[in-house]
Design a protein around this ligand. Structure first.
Ligand code: ADP
Ligand code: MG
Length: 346
């Protein structure tokens, strides 16, 4: 439906470089990247606020590269909402609709969907962040855009409002609205996206189904970005039908792999690594002695950094952390099964 083909845009100190991707009807497409990576610029290009130096944009097979904003049928919700301060909520919503007959009907319908009926007569300065965001969303939705572009729609809201708005965005998408949403928060991508593209310094470095991107990060940058910490450059070897890799500092890690020998990365999820006070015999083939270097509270428990020949991150519950009396500088053993190790060829 939307096809971005080899789009480039150069500024003095920044460039969007040869960007291509496709968004299908009904997709929830998330563009994930750090601050300054070019996400807002790319949305402005798609919306028609700025023009590219080269490349083309197609919407439903029509070349819209040189179309004016108002003829694109693409709606952009700005990060700062950009509501008209001297208009009430209702007037803000009415503003984009020209058809006199359906105006009130449409406002009521949208207000109902976004749960803003009770604030229709308020002015923007009297709105909370969550309300302002819903009004901004409404003002764009009311134009029936083919594609809804959202610039970090959740980033300025507190946690509770965020989860409410997430649900709302999901519902809007499930009603058939195609969405492109940019964010620096990978949790948002996991929660909402059907497709993901990762952008770094003006370039898209990986894209695909959300699941496949998160399960198979193609580079260390993406792995770190999505919070996967045990990610080591290594070389895969096979001997007597057994697979192992050699990573930095000559670290040998056993794994199960159908890949051919060669360079790549190994990944181990931090929740798949066990930690012990002393060497403990088990079925796990990978056992390392190390020293605790750090303990960081995370959403799911505590992540412990264990320095061995590599730095491993181990996720444990707070209960285990307290029970095992773990502290920085303590000597421990860690272990993980060959089946917990994943190899990605490069
Ligand atoms: P993001 O939204 O991912 O945080 P932006 O798309 O806003 O990043 O900006 C990407 C880079 O482009 C930044 O370094 C920014 O300073 C630069 N930039 C944005 N707009 C302009 C402009 N009009 N002229 C020159 N540089 C710009
Ligand atoms: Mg931005």
């Amino acid at each position: 439906m939307l096809k971005i083909k080899n789009i480039s845009k150069k500024y003095k100190n920044f460039a969007l470089k040869d960007i291509s991707f496709e968004v299908k009807k009904g997709d929830y497409f998330i563009l994930l990247g750090n601050s300054g990576s070019g996400k807002s610029l790319l949305l402005e290009l798609i919306a028609g606020l700025i023009n590219a130096n080269s490349g083309k944009i197609f919407l439903n097979d029509k070349d819209i590269t040189n179309y004016k904003i108002q003829n694109r049928k693409i709606g952009l919700v700005f990060q700062d909402y950009a509501l008209f301060p001297h208009f009430t909520v209702k007037e803000n919503l009415l503003f984009p609709i020209k058809n006199k007959k359906t105006r009130i009907e449409k406002v009521n319908e949208i207000a109902d969907l976004l749960n803003i009926t009770h604030i229709l007569h308020r002015f923007p300065e009297k709105l909370s962040g969550g309300e302002a965001q819903r009004v901004a969303l409404g003002r764009t939705l009311i134009t029936n855009p083919e594609i809804l572009l959202l610039d970090e729609p959740l980033s300025s809201l507190d946690v509770q409002l965020r989860s409410g708005l997430r649900h709302l965005l999901k519902k809007i998408n499930q009603n058939g609205q195609t969405i492109i949403h940019v964010t620096h928060d990978y949790d948002e991508a996991i929660a909402l996206a059907s497709k993901v593209a990762v952008i770094d310094n003006g370039k898209i470095i990986q894209q695909g189904d959300t699941d496949s991107v998160f399960k198979n990060p193609s580079s260390e940058f993406i792995a770190n970005f999505i919070g996967l910490k045990n990610f080591f450059k290594s070389i895969l070897h096979k001997k007597d039908e057994k697979s192992f890799v050699i990573a930095d500092n000559n670290t040998k890690i056993c794994l199960l792999s159908d890949n051919e020998e060669g360079e790549g990365f190994v990944m181990i999820r931090s929740e798949d690594i066990f930690i012990y006070d002393k060497f403990t015999e088990s079925s796990a083939l990978n056992n390392f002695e190390g020293i605790i270097k750090d303990a960081v509270p995370s959403r799911l428990g505590i992540e412990i950094a264990v320095k061995s020949t590599l730095l491993f991150w181990v996720l444990i519950t707070k209960e285990s952390y307290l029970r095992m009396n773990l502290f920085e500088g303590k000597k421990v053993w860690i272990s993980f099964k060959a089946s917990a190790v994943k190899f990605l060829k490069t």
